[in-house]
Design a protein around this ligand. Structure first.
Ligand code: NAP
Length: 284
C-alpha cells in the first residue's frame, strides 16, 4: 500500500516559510502585492482565484482582484496589464486561464512583464527554465519537486516518465526532473505503446486531464505516482488522472486528488510573489 504524499501538509510548510519572508520584508518597509485578473465567469476559474486570494491572506501578501466581464476586448485586457506592469506597488501579476474564447492567451502571457510573471508562463521565464537558470519557478512542477524533497524521494538516476507536454505542466516538469539528474521520458497523445513506457517509470507524473486515465497495469510495482489531473468523474466528483484506489495498492508513494498537487501549485505561486518583491526591491 502506497504512502500518501500529503500536499496540504507540505504546502502549509511552504506557506509558513512565505509568511516569515513576507513579515521580514514588511519589517523593512516592503509590502508584497499580487494582482489577479479574472475574465468572465467560469466557475472553476472563480474557485482557483478565490483559493489564491485565501493563500495571499494566509501569508500576508496583499491581493488585488481585477474581475473583468467575459466580453472584455484584448486591447482592454492588455491595457490593464500594461498599467499593472507600470504600477510599482504591484509585484506579481497573474491572469487566470483559460480566457474566454476569442482572447489570445499567448498575447496576454507575453504582455506580462517577465519580472512580474509569477506563474512563469512568459517565454522569457520558460526559456530560463529550459536552461536551468531561473528566478521564477514553474508553479505546478516546482510544487511537485518540493513534495518529492519533503518525502526524501530521490530523482537522480531514476527513470521519470511525464505524461503530458503542455507548456505549463508537462514540459517544465520534465525540465525540473532533468535538472535533478532524472532520466526523463515525455509522453503525449501520439505516444505509441504508452503503458510499456509508463511501466518503466520509477517516478510517474500524470498531467493528462482525463479522469482515472492511469490504471494499475500502467504502473510499476513500487513506483512514485504524482497525479496532476483535476477532473470530474461521472458523478461530478473531483478526481485526478490516476485510478487512485487501484494504483495505491501498487505504488510506493502517491498523491491524492484533492489534497495533492493542487495546494502545492498555489504555495509556489506565493513563493514566486515574494521572489518578485525581492527582485524589484534589489533584495535578491
Ligand atoms: P493540456 O494542456 O490539455 O495537456 C494535456 C496533455 O496530455 C497533452 O500534452 C496531451 O497530448 C496529453 N494527452 C492527452 N490525451 C492523452 C493520451 N490519451 N495519452 C497520452 N497523453 C495524452 O493540460 P494541462 O494544462 O497540462 O493540464 C493537465 C491536467 O492537469 C488537467 O486536468 C488540469 O486541470 C490539471 N492541472 C492541475 C494543476 C494543479 O495545480 N493541480 C495545474 C495545472 C493543470 P498532446 O500534446 O499530444 O495533445
Amino acid at each position: 500500500m502506497a504512502r500518501i504524499i500529503d500536499g496540504k501538509l507540505v504546502s502549509q510548510a511552504v506557506k509558513d516559510g512565505v509568511k516569515e519572508q513576507v513579515s521580514l520584508l514588511n519589517s523593512k518597509g516592503v509590502s508584497v502585492t499580487l494582482a489577479v485578473i479574472i475574465v468572465g465567469d467560469d466557475p472553476a476559474s472563480r474557485i482557483y482565484v478565490n483559493n489564491k486570494k485565501k493563500a495571499c491572506e494566509a501569508t500576508g501578501i496583499i491581493s488585488r482582484e481585477y474581475a473583468l466581464p467575459a466580453d472584455t476586448s484584448l486591447e482592454e485586457l492588455l491595457a490593464l496589464i500594461e498599467k499593472l506592469n507600470n504600477d510599482s506597488e504591484v509585484n506579481g501579476i497573474l491572469c487566470q486561464l483559460p480566457l474566454p474564447e476569442g482572447l489570445d492567451e499567448k498575447a496576454v502571457i507575453t504582455a506580462i512583464s517577465p519580472e512580474k510573471d509569477v506563474d512563469a508562463f512568459n517565454a522569457v521565464n520558460t526559456g530560463h527554465i529550459m536552461i536551468g537558470d531561473y528566478t521564477f519557478l514553474p508553479c505546478t512542477p516546482a510544487g511537485i519537486t518540493e513534495m518529492l524533497d519533503y518525502y526524501d524521494i530521490p530523482v537522480r538516476g531514476k527513470h521519470c516518465v511525464v505524461i503530458g507536454r503542455s507548456n505549463i505542466v508537462g514540459k517544465p516538469m520534465a525540465m525540473l526532473l532533468l535538472k535533478r539528474d532524472g532520466t526523463v521520458t515525455i509522453c503525449h497523445s501520439k505516444t505509441e505503446n504508452l503503458a510499456d513506457i509508463t511501466r518503466q517509470a520509477d517516478i510517474l507524473v500524470a498531467a493528462v486531464g482525463r479522469a482515472k486515465f492511469v490504471s494499475a497495469d500502467m504502473v510499476k510495482e513500487g513506483a512514485v505516482v504524482i497525479d496532476v489531473g483535476m477532473n470530474r468523474d461521472a458523478d461530478g466528483k473531483l478526481c485526478g488522472d490516476v485510478d487512485f484506489e487501484a494504483v495505491e495498492k501498487k505504488a510506493s508513494f502517491i498523491t491524492p486528488v484533492p489534497g495533492g498537487v493542487g495546494p502545492m501549485t498555489i504555495a509556489t505561486l506565493m513563493k514566486n510573489t515574494v521572489i518578485a518583491a525581492k527582485l524589484q526591491n534589489g533584495l535578491l
